[in-house]
Each structure stands twice: as C-alpha cells, then as structure tokens.
Design a protein around this ligand. Sequence first.
Ligand code: SF4
Length: 235
Amino acid sequence: MTLRIAEIFGPTIQGEGVLIGEPTVFVRAGGCDYRCSWCDSLHAVDSENRHSWAAMQTEAVWEEVQRLSGGQPLTVSLSGGNPAIQDFGPLIGLGRAAGYRFACETQGSLARPWFAALDTLVLSPKPPSSGEKVDWEAFDACRQAGAGARQQVMKIVIFDQADYDWAREVHSRHPDLPLYLQPGNPEVDPTVPVDLQALADRLRWLTEKAMADRWFAARILPQLHVLIWGNKRGV
Ligand code: SF4
C-alpha cells in the first residue's frame, strides 16, 4: 500500500479538541477534496505542493511512527489534507497490534471502512466561512462507517456569527456527538507572527456568546499548539 504523506512529526501534544494535551505522533496525509478559505495546512492540500509529498509504503510509515515514539505506544493522529482519501486501514492494523491508539480528523466528506478501527474519529464539518458546502449524506455515511470506533466527536471552527449560528443548527442535527468549538485563526502564514491578543479576543467572544445562549453542550477550546508555537509547522 503506497500512501501520499505530507509530513510525519512528533511526538508533540495534540493541540485541539477532545484529545488536547495528549502526546501524539502526527501522520499528515497529502491531498484534500476541499479548499477552505482559511486552511492552515495548504502544504498538505494544494496539488502544487505535491512534489513535496512522499510516496511511502505503509510499513515505512509505521517504522517512522515507531522511531519517533521510541517504540512506546502512544496516540497516532491521522490528519491532512483529508486522510479519508487514502487507505490507512493497514497502518491502523499494524499500530493497534502493537498497542498504539489511532485518531483521525476529517471533514466527513468520504466514508471509509477503516473508521471503525479507530479509537477516535473527529468529524470536523466546515462552516460557511470556509467557502465549502457540507454534503450531509456523506457526513452521515462517515458516522455510520465509524460506528465501531471507540469514540466519535465533532469539532467546528468558528470565525463569525454566521458560523456560530450554523454550528448550533449542526449540533441540533447531531445532538449525540460530543461537540468541541474552536475560534478560527485567520493568520495561517507560518512566517507571520500570530496575534495572540486577537485569538484571545475571539475566544472570549465565542465563550461569552455560548454562555449567554445557555449553550452548555459545547466545549470551547483554543488551539494549544498555536498559543505555544504560533503557526510553525511540524510541532
Ligand atoms: Fe484544509 Fe481541512 Fe479544509 Fe482540507 S478540509 S482544505 S485540510 S481546512
């Protein structure tokens, strides 16, 4: 099995969502079926970056995960791009047999049988500010495919009022999915310093809004890695 890999890095902490703070090795797949206006992973999305992606056999990816983790089983996060474009089932099989745990974050546009073998399936439908439109049938198919995963959660990035209203509607559609909200980071250029005050202001706006609306089902978190390292890649 050959996989298109944009980068493999870690161990570092997971900076977002339900696994925030957890030591993790990241396997970032190359390629995505979306083009979100504020994508912070364009190096793993745009086909013009394709030349920098490695064509790796599953076994080579697995060896690199083991090397980075020092052979100690930890969480492996499959990210992208959209990792669902490719077949990570064999990698999950190798890793889980050795005691590693697997998480995958995807927008929910492509359902894969290997979702069922995950420990954590993070479905991250993209709000209106992304410029993308969610295919809810495909999203529901992802939920079904991941029914065997240890947990399924939903993460939504919020940039503005329209995103917030949309997230409330999505939550009413999937009330059983634990929901994590994350204020968006409009500065995605790794060479430009992050405006931490602006991020804090957006986090406060989102928190106060959800509390005023008595929307207690959603957990609201910053991107921890951005607070620590800004937009630097590979951390
Ligand atoms: Fe970027 Fe994710 Fe959108 Fe793909 S789905 S373009 S990786 S933000």
